[in-house]
Every structure is written in structure tokens, then in C-alpha cells.
Ligand binder design. Sequence first.
Ligand code: XMP
Length: 520
Amino acid sequence: MTDITHDRLLIIDFGSQVTQLIARRLRELNVFCEIHPFNTVDDAFLKDFDPKAVIFSGGPSSVFAVGAPMPPQSVFDLGVPILGICYGQQVMMHCLGGKVERGHGTAEFGRAFVAPTKDKLELLEGWFLTEKEQVWMSHGDHVSKIAPGFEVYGTSPNAPFAITGDASRNFFAVQFHPEVHHTPNGARLYENFVRLAGFKGDWTMHAYREEAIAAIRAQVGDAKVICGLSGGVDSSVAAVLIHEAIGDQLTCVFVDHGLLRKGEAEEVVTMFRDNYNMPLIHADEQELFLGELDGVSDPETKRKIIGRLFIDVFQKHAIAVGDAKFLAQGTLYPDVIESVSFSGGPSVTIKSHHNVGGLPEKMGLQLVEPLRELFKDEVRALGRELGLPASFIGRHPFPGPGLAIRCPGEITREKLAILREADAVYIDQIRKHGLYDDIWQAFVAILPVRTVGVMGDGRTYDFACALRAVNSVDGMTADYYPFTHEFLGETATRIINEVPGINRVTYDITSKPPGTIEWE
Ligand code: XMP
């Protein structure tokens, strides 16, 4: 648990696919919340967490199942508002003396419309904008008798108890999912819920910055911290925040493996060393990496070599820092949320998320992860709060193995040099057309093939390259970016004219799946 001093809202996770969205909606309201799996929430946990309100998430289970997920009964004695969603509603009714029935023909999935039955429930203030409000349902079982003290405030054709509430205790339970996009007015329910629970909405990035700095100081004391800095958003924000907290106790290590883009090393080093006055080791290891990659063309072998060398180099420089006790990482909240695993029994799956895999154990380092409460867009907001330039905050993702996986086949210095130039022209074009922030990721791959061309009166025999630009939410799926033909034509002409070594440009229109974003 964190040292956050704000009022906290507890989300008890019963395994819904959309539990994270509840947290998003609440964070948008400047309310601090944490998601905890139902099987980690017991009386002692509740006492320690001291929530100002509780939300029960949905979930795939049935209250009739043997060992069905339940909250501790003591949650109802805390005297704080509770909102149950979908399975969370059924759990609430089950625990408080109502009745739940199996689906049998009344299951409801997808869009539904809820009509009001009574007015004057604070939770619903300003909610019924029309006679029937659109909501998103996804349930098999349903409540057939509400618990004593509850009233019905909204019904849908298949959910007579779509909205229920006990205003005297501030207990509310809805059958639908207000957190999803398809419940268009859903955010209003959360807004009303947190208002009546008394949240001040003071979870701001300014407050977070102050608290995170205090927490880092308390954790680290006067020990030394090392941080692998890639120049990406997460590691950059983490480094600036930690530097603000402990100054020169922090040393960053920037590994230049010779696979960076044009001007990238200078940009990162200047920014952190010169502008932020941060102790930064610029580990120029180009010879080492490119030497070991010489003659290697298999993608997995390339990745393995780079991963191994990165750890060796980082460790070498980390030792040089002298008895560092901590390793800083830019781990984000989605990486640390424990999600309830129903297929795997009562156990909980936690994603492993070591950016510098294996090092903490090898070197006996403890982790400092000041972003582990934050979602990606919140990290960007924190970066702005810390004064990081917009050009750093909005950067497209760049993979750890760098240009190695954008250079299919053998990697040579000649190909890397050509690739750097072509990529710089392409990104310049994208920026000039004001498209950079619209695109999730864009880059050039140099192809392991030479083609014949004609320039002026002469024959050319140069490399072909592929432009790639995709839109994506999380990198898991992606679609190609629909540039205009004019843009593509102009860019191809510029690359061929300005980059010696390339005489043919193609545009990659493969989506993911079946392709991947990178070429290797
Ligand atoms: P793929 O190519 O798998 O990439 O569709 C999805 C996203 O992940 C990035 N990527 C990496 N990032 N280390 C990283 O830090 C890696 O080894 C790596 N491989 C791919 C890729 O750039 C895209 O954003």
C-alpha cells in the first residue's frame, strides 16, 4: 500500500474485464482509488485501508457457485457509501438479505434502456437525461428480490431491479456497467457517488508530485539510487521526479547501443545532464553491441544478444556508481494491478514487469517505482507538471532493441546510417504536416534488398525502405495510418532525394494482427 494521504476509494475486484475503467472514471474526477482483488480484502485490510467509499466491481462468477467470490461482511459495517455493479449488485443483495436468481432466459447482454421509477435519489441527480437512459448490460443471473431497506429507482425490460438503493445507508447497486463507453451518461453516476461520499476531488498531479517526493525521500533515506534512462516518457518522468526528491543521490545510466535514431543520444543526454543537471552516465557501448551483432540476422538471436548485453553494461556502470541500494523503474499502474484469476483458482496473477530484467535480484537492489499508481496519461500529466518539454512527453514509443529490429537481416553500420537519415526525413514530414500527435507510432524499416532505379541519367542500385505508421491504444492491436497519397508521394520523393543509399520507398499497410508493429 502507498503512503497516499488523500481520502481513498476502494474498488473490490470480482474479476470483471472492465474493472480498470472504474478506476479511470474515478481518477478523472480527481479521486484516489485502488483496485484490490476480493480475496485479498479482509477485516484487517479494510481497517488499514480505511476507505471513504467502496465499489464492488462486476465479475464472471455466480453467487450460486461453490466458493463464490464475496467481500468480508464487515465492509457493510464501515458506515461508508457502497456502490455495487453487476455481479457487485448481486453480491450486495445476497449479503444483505435479498435474492438472486439464475439467468434462465433473462440474461441480458449489450445495450439496454433503463427507465426511472422514483425520483430524488442523489446518486441519480441529473442522470435521466431522457425518459430512457441507455446503459450497457452484461449479466446472466439477476436480482429477484431486493434486500430490506432498498428501493427500486430504475428498471429495464430484463432487469426489474436495474437501479436499487438504500438512501439511508448510501448503499447503491446497479445491474449495468456505468464505467463503459456504451453507458453514455455513466460518468455522472460516479460523479454523484463520490460527491455524496464526501470526496474533495483533490487528487491532482500537483498533489501527487508533492506526496511522491515525500514518499521517495522516506523510502530511500540517504542511499544511492540508479535508474536506467531510455529517453522514453516513463523513465524520463520517473528520473525527473526522483531527482527532484533526492538530487544527486540519483545517477541515471543511458546506454547507447549504437541502435538509436539520429541525434537521439545527444538529445537525451543534453536534456537531462545540461538542462536538469542530473548525474548521468552516457554509456557509449556502440562497439560492443554492433560487434556482437555482426553477421547476425535471426530476429530472436538479435533480441537475446541485445538483452544480455544491456544487462551486463547496466550492471557494470551501476557498480561504478558505488553501493547503490535502489533501482528506479518507470513501472505503471496497469502493470501492477493484480487481476483475479478465476481459471487458476484462488491464486492471483501478477504481471512481471522488470524493465531491467533480473538485475534487482542479481545486484540485491530494491525497487523505487514512483509511477506505480499512475495510468499512462497521468504519467504524461505528471511530466507536464514537472515541466518536461512537450516533445519528450508526446514521444512515440521506441523499442529497447532500437533500430536492430527495423533492419531485417544483417545489421551493418552502412544500413544503420541510411536508416537514421530516412527515419529523420519521415518524422520531419509527419511533424511538418501536423500529424505526429495523431499517430501512435511511426518509423522507417530498411529492407535487406537492393533494387534498380534511375536518377538523372544514371542507374542506381540501392536499398528499398518501408514506411510504417500505426494507430493503436496499447500496442496489442494496431491499424495502419491512412496518410493521403499526396503525403506519401511527397515523403517518398524527399527520402529518395535526400538520403543517399535509398532509391525505393514503400508504405506498409499491414494491420496487427496479422502483422506486428515492428518488422522483427
Ligand atoms: P510489436 O512489434 O510486437 O510491438 O507489435 C508492439 C509495441 O512494442 C514495442 N516493442 C518493444 N518495446 N522492447 C520494447 O521496449 C522490445 O523488445 C520491443 N519490441 C516491440 C513496439 O515498438 C511497439 O510499440
